[in-house]
Ligand binder design. Structure first.
Ligand SMILES: *Cc1c(COP(=O)(O)O)cnc(C)c1O
Length: 378
């Protein structure tokens, strides 16, 4: 044997590399954390308010209301819109479980719809077909980093007089035409879980909205239903769901780097696209009007088991997002009598390859070469 295969097997490719991101901004982080620690202001305060303004500006929405995580942000939006028992909320079956979970947690009924076979995102035609007199809202999920077709969805929801909510937990900074994720629907929901494109050093989340009344209700609900004018008066039933100042400090620094990191992710995706075997393994489609921020690099292959084991043997980490669609998960099976064939077929074929801003060309090539020897034509 030559030395080449030996050299290749020593190259390990992690699914993601948060340490590289942290190293890039370490000096700024240390200074910001020290300031928060010295201030003694750990919940709320100017650091949190500063980040809320930055995130609203970044997304092109009037307000950001920060919360504890991206599941709470969905739940609080639904509660602030008065959605609950007796209401149906349309959600795509292909999503992280939290989208449907939030609907069920406010007492409403998730109604699952199938996705577009090319993008695997919520499909406006399927939404239109699923409307009932009880439908109160639609949650569009910008899955994998690509925005759903908000133009088509807006047409459907406006005609029916429904709230259109964006689950943008995987879509920080993504565009649909000229509009950024979080600026199109009545509200946008974000997660700052460490692995998201904009991630804190723990849990975090936010709602973006340009609706003044909704923003005010969200601010109250996240803080025990407190009234604006009197902190000892609780006008509505609230909860405790706030962003810590330490997390806000991290996010304020990272948001300045987000566009550069997104460009780096897009370059990695382009590199994958050029090197992946045509036909056998393909990246999920990106449409020209909805350029992806590539939270995940999802490919489809009919030989997923072979691909996963071949890559694992070569030291390449992969994931599947998601192997069991939401409507087939235990708590949700009772809501969906109809099969959803596009989602169910995709669940057996999708594979998430390593994707992170600091991924090198050599790492992408190694993944693609390993993949091409793991799957066989014909
Ligand atoms: C991560 C995620 C959430 C939930 O966010 P958490 O901060 O983990 O609660 C919701 N929806 C989608 C699509 C996600 O990827």
């Amino acid at each position: 044997m030559t030395a080449a295969p030996q050299a290749l097997t020593t190259l390990r490719v992690p699914f993601s590399d948060l340490a590289a991101q942290t190293a890039e901004i370490r000096t700024e982080l240390d200074a910001a954390w020290t300031q928060v620690v010295d201030s003694g202001r750990f919940v709320g305060g100017s650091v949190v308010e500063g980040f809320e303004q930055e995130w609203a500006d970044y997304c092109g929405a009037r307000w950001t209301v920060s919360v504890a995580n991206g599941t709470d942000s969905l739940q609080l939006i639904l509660r602030a819109l008065g959605i609950g028992r007796g209401d149906e909320v349309i959600v795509p079956a292909n999503s992280f479980i939290a989208t449907a979970e939030a609907v069920a947690l406010v007492g409403a009924t998730p109604r699952f719809v199938d996705v577009d076979p090319r993008t695997l995102l919520i499909d406006a035609a399927q939404v239109a077909a699923a409307l009932t007199p009880r439908t109160a809202a639609v949650i569009a999920v910008h899955l994998y980093g690509q925005m759903a077709d908000m133009t088509a969805l807006k047409t459907v929801t406006e005609r029916a007089g429904l709230a259109l909510i964006e689950d943008a937990a995987q879509g920080h900074g993504a565009y649909c035409g000229d509009a950024r994720a979080g600026s199109v629907g009545i509200a946008g929901s974000f997660s700052f879980y460490p692995g998201k494109n904009l991630g804190a050093f723990g849990d975090g989340g936010a709602v973006t909205t340009s609706d003044e009344g909704l923003a005010a209700r969200l601010r109250s609900i996240r803080d025990h239903g407190r009234s604006d004018s009197d902190r000892y008066r609780h006008d509505m039933l609230g909860t405790n769901s706030r962003l810590d100042a330490l997390q806000a400090a991290v996010l304020s620094i990272k948001v300045k780097h987000l566009d550069a990191w997104t460009e780096a992710r897009r370059a990695v995706a382009q590199d994958y696209r050029e090197q992946l075997l045509d036909g056998l393994v393909q990246l999920v489609e990106e449409t020209p009007s909805t350029p992806s921020v590539y939270h995940l690099a999802v490919v489809r292959t009919t030989q997923r088991d072979d691909a996963v084991s071949g890559l694992a043997r070569a030291g390449v980490e992969t994931g599947v997002h998601y192997p069991v669609p939401c409507h087939l998960q235990g708590p949700f099976r009772r809501y969906s009598p109809d099969p959803l064939p596009v989602t169910e077929l995709a669940a057996d074929q999708i594979l998430s390859l390593p994707m992170f801003p600091h991924m090198t060309h050599q790492q992408v090539s190694y993944v693609c070469e390993t993949l091409s020897s793991a799957v066989t034509p014909g």
